[in-house]
Design a protein around this ligand. Structure first.
Ligand code: KIV
Length: 298
């Protein structure tokens, strides 16, 4: 692999970087907003080259990258490392990082300190945090007040899924749907510049979305939101088995990747790799001198 990867094309350079006002404008113009997750340099570069509007370094990294059983285990240090790597690949899209569970809930001070680390140390353009209760609203106000842009997240909030009765759709009764609506409006009023709706009925999301001035990005929330977000590994079909219900698998990459690595293993074991095409030569005179020198070392 080359030590200095060539990343961005002229077409990429010509693209205006996504900003908060441009994102808000997209909602006003009725243009769909595209968000996708990425977790490292190559995935950041790839999704940016695809022209998405927002790249989310989601705490789904806990599961799809780090192999934890849920999102709650991921640490601030791990998320900072993944966000900084993704930043190196993302130029045009807005880069948002998820605040991990336990890194912001306790106090406004902690929330500000953690959010600012993502901006200062990892180069994030903003952070996302889950929930619309009183404590989370206070944290959003504090973080925004400290100069860091915030994306909210309501409906199914995986960090607190146990309290929600598991990873299941939210807002499926009139009362719960009103709670989601109330939380979404409060998150916007607290200063979030966008909000994720996860796993809520399409009809509910479609009614709440126009009530909000800020863009609503849905996952499992139907087509009536202002945009969509998918976990990259679901979209690419990296894992065995079916993608979760809200996700759409656009390609199945696991099979060809396993086949390519198996092919490599087979060639190494059978002597088919490397060939002269993949090796370096040395001038015969230099080689002779080297061999003479090596003799003396024996
Ligand atoms: O962590 C994540 O990837 C997310 C998206 C699913 C919105 O929060």
């Amino acid at each position: 692999m080359s030590s200095t990867p060539k990343i961005h094309t002229d077409a990429d350079a010509a693209r205006l970087p996504m900003t908060l006002p441009r994102l808000a404008d997209k909602k006003r113009q009725g243009e769909a907003i595209v968000m996708v997750t990425a977790y490292d340099f190559p995935s950041g570069e790839i999704v940016d080259a695809a022209g998405v509007d927002v790249v989310l370094v989601g705490d789904s990294a806990a599961e799809v990258v780090l192999g934890y059983p849920s999102t709650v285990a991921v640490s601030v240090e791990e998320m900072l490392m993944l966000t900084a790597a993704t930043r190196r690949g993302v130029r045009g899209a807005l880069l948002i990082a998820d605040l991990p569970f336990g890194s912001y809930e306790e106090s406004d001070e902690l929330a500000i300190r953690t959010a600012q680390r993502f901006v200062k140390e990892a180069g994030a353009d903003g952070v996302k945090l889950e929930g619309g209760g009183e404590a989370q609203l206070a944290r959003i106000r504090a973080i925004v007040g400290a100069g860091v842009s915030v994306v909210g997240h309501v409906g199914l909030t995986p960090q607190t899924a146990v309290a929600l009765g598991g990873r299941r759709a939210q807002g499926r009764t009139a009362q719960r749907a009103l709670e989601v609506a109330t939380q979404a409006l409060a998150v916007a009023a607290a200063g979030a510049f966008a909000i994720v709706f996860e796993a809520i009925p399409a009809a509910v999301a479609a009614e709440i979305t126009p009530l909000l001035e800020i863009p609503v990005i849905g996952i499992g929330a139907g087509a009536g939101t202002d945009g969509q977000v998918l976990v990259l590994h679901d979209l690419l079909g990296i894992y065995p088995g079916r993608a979760p219900r809200p996700a759409k698998q656009y390609i199945e990459l696991r099979t060809p990747i396993v086949a390519a690595v198996s092919h490599y293993a087979e060639e190494v074991r059978g002597g088919g790799f490397p060939t002269s095409e993949h090796t370096f030569s040395i001038d015969p005179a230099e080689l002779a001198e080297f061999l003479a020198g090596l003799e003396k070392l024996r």
